[in-house]
Design a protein around this ligand. Structure first.
Ligand code: GLU
Ligand code: ZN
Length: 491
């Protein structure tokens, strides 16, 4: 679809922690750029010193790196339009604002907040549109002098054309906004600081952005920006092309409310800490408004890039479904090369996640059990509880598990099992036969016979396959744990 080389941008403000909605926007821009062999510009919209933080900036970069969403121009990589942090481009915006005023595309507005509020209320009460009423559009030199004498400090407003603005949204189709609903808007604060409404289109124009893919919440600013691009072209800022827009659908959370940044479920860090794989999380997020094919939920980022185009994005709100997100991640864990899985578990086998003494960790034992864990985990952090029986001096104490598994007769069963394990061959098949035979002596099926053994060994009623676990744990420690359980049972 795109004829000129594609140039898209991801341009977050560094406030707070990155959230999944933001990641979805980054992902769609990245996939679009990669699909069209275009350029992804990473721009930091840090013009609001009161809200922006360096910590959040660092986190954004770190998150993008972790996700594997690489950028072609931006922080750390540079590029022909550097700097890519808007806080370092303030003189550009001041200059553009001045030129817009000189050309008559912007003007000083002296209305106070109270005056604006009063007029807005009145317009509402009368059933009229309540945007800015244009009071300061044509002030005379005398009026300006009088306001200045009163000590008023003006903001600068962009003058919207008095005609409807129509554009074809790449997701939503043709949209028209009438002038009553899109009124003149502020581009500079009273203290001269430029607003998002100015800096974002100015940089899009200067950086030659061809497509703006962003959240639906920004749709109402699009007609304003389109008018501003035209004015910028007129005064010679940028190459004169108006980007095409595609607004990505809302992401809904619990109870059909929009997923908000404050929703704990939306914090990217949470997914990292739980041990989602970047490709698992991205695979899920790609489904928030897009799909590869009717019957394919699991795919790689290469497959997404090959298939992705913005016209296929659905305009309907998408539901964030944590269960599905987890399921998709589990599938990606299964697909990892066993070595890669072992490596990916690394952080969760160490402090602060691992509860065992660091020197008790045994890499060979972990590698022996890892294949059994790989098919069962949802997220990498699950690994710690699943293998802790191997590295803790004693199994965890989980009272609920103990009470559930240790019934009358469990001590007798454990004694029989112990007797058989003493001289069983030490591999999973033989260990299974031993416990099976012990169960038979007590009239118990394998499942029932296995439960007290499992709790004695691992402390829990659920876990990795028992006999493989015993095989890795070794005879000596297995017998010692059975003895400890028998002692606890008073036997
Ligand atoms: N910094 C803006 C935001 O996070 C980006 C808006 C845009 O994509 O145009 O809302
Ligand atoms: Zn005014």
């Amino acid at each position: 679809m795109a004829s000129a080389p594609v140039r898209v941008r991801f341009c977050p403000s560094p406030t707070g922690n990155p959230h999944v909605g933001l990641v979805r926007t980054a992902l769609f821009n990245w996939a679009f750029a990669r699909h069209h062999k275009g350029t992804l510009v990473f721009r930091i919209e840090d013009t609001d010193a009161a809200r922006d933080s360096e910590e959040s900036y660092t986190q954004l970069l770190d998150s993008m790196r972790w996700l594997g969403l690489d950028w072609d121009e931006g922080p750390e990589v540079g590029g022909p339009h550097a700097p890519y942090r808007q806080s370092q481009r303030m003189d550009i915006y001041a200059d553009v604002a001045r030129r817009l005023q000189e050309a008559g595309h912007a003007y000083r507005c002296y209305c106070t907040t109270e005056e604006l509020d009063t007029r807005r209320e009145a317009a509402r009460a009368a059933g009229r549109p309540s945007g800015y009423d244009g009071k300061c559009r044509e002030l005379s030199a005398e009026q300006i002098a009088a306001y200045e004498a009163e000590g008023r400090t003006p903001i600068v407003r962009f003058r919207m054309p008095d005609r409807p603005i129509t554009f074809t949204d790449l997701v939503r189709g043709e949209l028209t906004f009438s002038p009553e609903n899109v009124t003149d808007y502020g581009i500079l604060r009273a203290n001269g600081a430029p607003l998002y409404t100015l800096v974002n289109p100015v940089d899009d124009a200067l950086m030659g952005i061809t497509h703006v893919l962003r959240g639906e919440d920004l749709l109402s600013s699009t007609p304003r920006q389109i008018a501003l691009y035209a004015a910028l072209a007129e005064i010679g800022v940028g190459g004169g092309t108006v980007p095409q827009f595609g607004h990505l659908p809302y992401v809904m959370g619990e109870g059909n409310k929009k997923l908000s940044k404050r929703d704990p479920q939306s914090s990217l860090n949470l997914y990292r800490e739980r041990g989602f794989l970047p490709e698992g999380l991205l695979n899920y997020l790609s489904l928030l408004g897009w799909s590869l094919a009717e019957d394919r939920d699991i795919f790689t980022m290469d497959e997404m890039v090959a298939a992705f185009d913005i016209e296929d994005v659905n305009a309907n709100p998408a539901r964030f479904d944590l269960k599905k997100c987890e399921h998709i991640n589990a599938e990606h864990l299964r697909r990892l090369d066993p070595k890669a899985f072992i490596e990916a578990c690394g952080p969760w086998l160490k402090a602060p996640f691992a509860p065992w003494r660091p020197e008790a960790f045994d890499q060979a034992a972990f590698e022996a059990i890892a294949p059994h864990a790989q098919t069962r985990l949802t997220v990498l952090s699950d690994i710690t509880d699943n293998v802790d029986f191997l590295f803790l001096d004693e199994p965890v104490e989980d009272e609920a598990s103990w009470n559930k598994a240790m019934k009358e007769g469990s001590d007798a069963l454990l004694r029989t099992a112990r007797a058989k394990l003493v001289d069983a061959e030490w591999h999973a098949e033989a260990l299974k036969s031993a416990v099976l035979a012990a169960g038979e002596e007590h009239g118990l099926k394998l499942g029932k016979a296995q439960a007290p053994v499992r709790v004695a060994i691992t402390g829990r009623t659920v876990g990795l396959p028992l006999f493989e676990s015993l095989e890795v744990l070794g005879r000596e420690r297995t017998l010692a744990r059975i003895d400890a359980a028998l002692a606890k049972l008073g036997g």
